[in-house]
Design a protein around this ligand. Sequence first.
Ligand SMILES: O=C(O)CCC(=O)C(=O)O
Length: 275
Amino acid sequence: MNVVSKQDLRTHADAIAGRGYTVMPAVLSPAQVKNAKVALKKIFAREKAIGSEENWANPQYQISLCLPAKDKLFRDLCFVPEILELARMILGQDCVVTSMNGFTTKPRGLKQPLHCDFPGERQLITSILLVMCLDDFTSENGCTRVVPDSQRKYGLEKNFEHLESEAVELEAPSGSLIVYDGDLIHGAGLNQTNDLRLALHLVYSRSWVRPQWDFALSMRKGQRDRLTDAERAMFGIDLHPYILDSYSARPFDLSKPGRLGYYIKRVRSKFFSGL
Ligand SMILES: O=C(O)CCC(=O)C(=O)O
């Protein structure tokens, strides 16, 4: 595992601010990679049926959402010192994790179209996305491809087929991080092998950005109560009391046991503390 110096981190941060992305080799140790792979494969197996029902498993990819609620080792991977320092350099000391998912390209599947995760017309980097490579990323197994300098150019456009010829493939050994501005046009490639191409997608945002995932409402009360103060801050547990699940754009079902009481308590403590 590389120790990334402050100077190197600055160079990576400048590359993200400039062309929109960077590749950091050997950030995760072989043990971190191995343990994350074992845990993610188990989760994928457990979620096979629901994945197909919900379109989390399709001809392009399989995805597993909200990993920090599913295993402590994924929470720990949000606190790798070098990674956190880079995120804080770019997004401020109080940046938060807005989502962390598991992802694989589908063996012999389809190519994911180029897209933008956090489109907008901002002048500021509000989120960065880190692809943690748990396998070697190669052209054959559908490594991430990005369109350099494409951030903050296309507003809310959705179709980027015309940019395919400008996309570059980012091959990287397992343990590497591919990091890009959330506004950069990118996509996973075509997996022409018979194997998975496993990755974790970790997104940090500025603290005032509404998160993609509501970790507070996704964790059971017991689990939430056992989080450390650092984890509570990192997963924005006390930041955004709201009831709309921004990922699916569906309101939470507040009739489910415990949800209404919990929501009222959060809103009260946020807005009426001291009354
Ligand atoms: O894992 C990758 O190569 C990128 C996937 C991606 O762009 C996405 O799922 O939004």
